[in-house]
Each structure stands twice: as structure tokens, then as C-alpha cells.
Ligand binder design. Structure first.
Ligand SMILES: [Zn+2]
Length: 220
């Protein structure tokens, strides 16, 4: 879900790297090309993950498009594998404590972690990985820059832990209906967002199952 456009970043110079070139929009890509030309041209186009709103314009910039593996360094940025929002997600860390976070952490709201492949457990590990870095600034894929990374990361962790706590409480109280669990635990969610909440709940149930904490007799 794109609440607003994707943020494209240009880092370094002679040559620079472009991070998440965004959609195939001629005006946007023209501005990226011009800004990059002023910095000695594009060495590499880096992508945080393979969702279309981040990469569909990537092939139009006339530079190699790379999604690095964990630990690879390109243009002074170190890639770290941070699965959760997407299985192939990476963030880019600069030496000065700047993190280009893609959709792992957003400037506004919380990010989607779909069920499948125990993505939520991976997501929590990815947040812990960032918490262990001494970050000064997070530049997210959507929304404004995050100038207090520690507070934002704590908020992200606490938000998911709060849902998990309430879900486990409801399960402990004997609730086995998915519909009732959703209504009880995501009671602050407006009706139009309940399908998203149901997806979030499946991701939580999958995580509990992976930890051997899910009762076997859940119902629709
Ligand atoms: Zn995405």
C-alpha cells in the first residue's frame, strides 16, 4: 500500500548511487537523472526489495540495477538482509549512521508484514538488527525522515508485541474463533482496514505456531 509516493535517494558522488528509483514516471526519472548527473553520474542503482513501487523505473536509468546480498558494499553503503515486509528486503547503512530503510520502517504509520514464510518472526529479527546499529537517521521508502531512530524502532517493536500479547491473552482465555480474535485484538481498526488487520493476525498466528504457542483447534 502506497500512502504517498516512494522516496528515491541519491547518495555519494563520482559516481553516485540511486536507491529505490521508484515507479516508471518520466518526470520523476528525469529529475533523478538530472540530480545524478550533477553528482558525476550513476554508478549503481540499488533496490531495497522487489515491489513495483520501488523498482519499476530501475531499468530506465542506464546503470546496473543491483539488489545486494547481506554484507555487500556498493558506493559506500553496506547492505543488510532485513526480511519481513518482503523476503528479499535489504536496508543500506552508511558509515555516518544513516540507514536507507526501504519499507522495513516507514516515516508514517506501520509497515505491512504479510503472512507466509514466518515473515513476522523475520521482521522482528530485522528490527533488532537495526536496534543494534548506532543509527542517527532513518531515510524510509515512504514518508518523512526519522530523526529519532531508537524511538521509532522501539515503537515498531512495541506495537507488534502489544498485538501479540493481546492475541495470546485472548487465546489463553479460551477464544478459538479467528473472527472473534480479530474483533478483540484489532478493536481500534476502522472497518475498511479489517482485511489488512486479518492479514496481520495471520502473520501473528504463524509466528506463534512457529514458536509452538498456537492451539491446534483454531476456527475460522
Ligand atoms: Zn514494498
Amino acid at each position: 500500500m502506497t500512502l504517498e509516493g516512494t522516496n528515491t535517494y541519491i547518495y555519494g558522488a563520482d559516481p553516485c548511487v540511486v536507491i529505490d528509483p521508484g515507479v516508471e514516471d518520466a518526470g520523476h526519472l528525469g529529475r533523478v537523472r538530472a540530480a545524478a548527473a550533477a553528482r558525476g553520474g550513476i554508478g549503481t542503482v540499488l533496490v531495497t526489495h522487489s515491489h513495483g513501487d520501488h523498482i519499476s523505473g530501475a531499468d530506465r536509468l542506464g546503470a546496473p540495477v543491483v539488489q545486494p546480498g547481506d554484507g555487500e558494499v556498493h558506493g559506500g553503503l553496506t547492505a543488510r538482509a532485513t526480511p519481513g515486509h518482503a523476503a528479499d528486503h535489504v536496508v543500506f547503512l552508511a558509515a555516518d549512521g544513516v540507514c536507507f530503510s526501504g519499507d522495513l520502517v516507514l516515516g508514517l504509520g506501520s509497515t505491512i508484514v504479510p503472512p507466509g514464510g514466518n515473515a513476522l518472526a523475520a521482521f522482528m529479527d530485522s528490527l533488532a538488527l537495526l536496534q543494534a546499529e548506532d543509527l542517527a537517521l532513518i531515510c524510509p521508502g515512504h514518508g518523512p525522515w526519522i530523526t529519532d531512530p531508537a524511538a521509532k524502532l522501539a515503537e515498531y517493536v512495541e506495537h507488534r508485541q502489544m498485538r501479540e500479547r493481546r492475541l495470546v491473552d485472548s487465546l489463553d482465555a479460551g477464544e478459538r474463533s479467528r473472527a472473534a480474535l480479530l474483533a478483540a485484538v484489532w478493536d481500534d481498526v476502522p472497518p475498511e482496514l479489517l482485511p489488512m488487520a486479518a492479514m496481520a493476525m495471520e502473520a501473528h498466528l504463524e509466528k506463534l505456531e512457529g514458536e509452538g504457542r498456537l492451539p491446534a483447534d483454531l476456527r475460522p
